[in-house]
Design a protein around this ligand. Structure first.
Ligand SMILES: Cc1cc2nc3c(=O)[nH]c(=O)nc-3n(C[C@H](O)[C@H](O)[C@H](O)COP(=O)(O)OP(=O)(O)OC[C@H]3O[C@@H](n4cnc5c(N)ncnc54)[C@H](O)[C@@H]3O)c2cc1C
Length: 397
């Protein structure tokens, strides 16, 4: 697999997306009320395994990577991941969920043949889960919005690297079989592939969080004298952030794609409610206040789709897309927050119950405004670029 850029073409993409959408609506959505949840209210491993088996049997598992290893282009991925996101369980069932989807993309792009065979293959086949270890506890002033503050260290000892430190918010660390761990050597940031579980990587605790779609939750982890064979480093010592960049923009965009799907479905549910529910002698939709909320949702959803496609085209053209993916992440996460909030509001008391996915989607989007770069951090980096461009333009004169 060589990552984005090869593609399936429009006809096959449309066929895959239609199959994915039908599977999510007909097979996955009925599981939304399934009580099998872990102790952090995330779907249990048993539930996810059952859904994956069904997706495998239906030929829709890992639909963004073709059987011959070709990855869909970003533009094609947008259509398929949006369809997989129509239920919060969809990405788990279809193997398009974070962090696996971003990790598969990274390994497909930069992994050696040996790394692909050992670590990527089980992920693509949906036989393993993975976790990405970058963020560190805020109380120690470790890496957060500013990854350069990384405190986790690594040093070479014979033909092994030895890693020590603590990590926080590591999605799916509990239950994962593949880990991508970031640490700092004398040369700078480094990225390692590790087998999990490993006694040197201890789950300290998994805090309860506002979201509940990602199995394993978001763990705080202690890494104590973890020994990793030198050939399990991705790239060279000091190249870790360069490799993280490969994953960053596409992974950011794929969150936008999946959550757009979830908000399209939440809006369908709210639209249905607004058409059926009566108040003051007429359907809610006929009250201007509600009709306007639905109209604004339609606009926010379409704008989100368009900015995702625009950014996808930039990535497909081979550009890094840092600026474009920052713009898309801010625009989409903020627009979807408005959409989810309006859906809750239009549905009155029903909106805050777990009777529909609307309540969960609202909670998920709240968290999405923070991970993969909080809104303010993206705006801050855009402002720096605006200043750089201004200076460059004025220095020429
Ligand atoms: C649900 C969830 C899942 C996650 N999964 C993972 C994972 O799997 N792996 C992983 O490594 N990390 C993960 N993270 C961590 C995530 O990447 C960090 O939360 C994020 O980078 C912010 O870091 P922080 O929480 O330390 O916030 P801080 O760095 O403490 O920032 C707090 C706030 O300060 C503001 N701020 C910061 N910098 C600036 C600036 N330059 N200008 C203006 N305002 C600013 C922002 O409003 C920001 O929200 C996850 C987080 C969440 C919530």
């Amino acid at each position: 697999m060589s990552g984005s850029g090869e593609g399936a073409g429009p006809e096959l993409t449309a066929e895959i997306a239609a199959k994915v959408e039908a599977f999510v609506r007909d097979v996955v959505a009925p599981y939304e009320k399934d009580p099998r949840r872990d102790h952090h209210d995330c779907p249990s491993e048993e539930l996810v395994a059952e859904l994956k088996d069904k997706a495998r049997a239906a030929g829709v598992l890992t639909p963004h990577i073709l059987p011959d290893g070709r990855h869909l282009t970003q533009r094609e991925t947008a259509v398929v991941l949006r369809a997989s996101g129509l239920s919060p369980l969809g990405p788990l069932a279809l193997n398009t969920a974070a962090p696996d989807e971003g990790n598969m993309y990274l390994l497909g792009k930069v992994g050696s043949a040996a790394i692909k065979e050992r670590f990527l293959k089980p992920l693509v086949e949906g036989r393993a889960r993975s976790a990405f270890f970058m963020t560190e506890p805020a109380d120690e002033n470790g890496a957060g919005s500013d990854p350069s503050m990384m405190l986790t260290t690594c040093h070479l000892d014979g033909n092994h690297w030895v890693i020590n430190g603590r990590k926080a918010f590591i999605t799916g660390a509990e239950g994962a079989q593949v880990g991508i761990v970031m640490a700092k050597s004398e040369d700078g940031a480094c990225m390692f592939l590790v087998d999990l579980p490993d006694p040197a990587i201890r789950i300290e605790h998994v805090p309860n969080t506002i979201d509940s779609s990602m199995p394993g939750g978001h763990a705080v982890v202690a890494i104590e004298n973890l020994r990793v064979p030198a050939d399990q480093m991705l790239g060279q010592s000091g190249e870790g952030f360069r490799y993280a960049q490969v994953r960053l923009a596409p992974a950011r965009l794929s969150h936008c794609m999946r959550w757009l799907g979830a908000c399209i479905r939440a809006n369908e549910i709210a639209t249905d409610y607004a058409n059926r529910r009566m108040a003051f002698g007429k359907a809610l939709i006929d009250h201007e206040g509600v009709g306007f909320m639905l109209a604004e949702n339609l606009i926010d959803l379409k704008q989100s789709e368009l900015i995702i496609d625009w950014c996808a085209d930039v990535l497909d053209a081979g550009e890094a897309g840092g600026t474009e993916s920052s713009m898309a992440k801010v625009a989409v996460s903020e627009a979807l927050m408005r959409v989810a909030d309006r859906c809750v509001q239009m549905m009155g008391g029903q909106g805050v119950t777990a009777n529909t996915i609307v309540e969960q989607v609202f909670r998920e989007i709240r968290a999405f405004r923070i991970y993969d770069g909080p809104t303010e951090v993206h705006k801050w980096s855009l402002a720096k670029k605006i200043k750089r461009d201004w200076k460059a333009a004025h220095e020429q004169h």
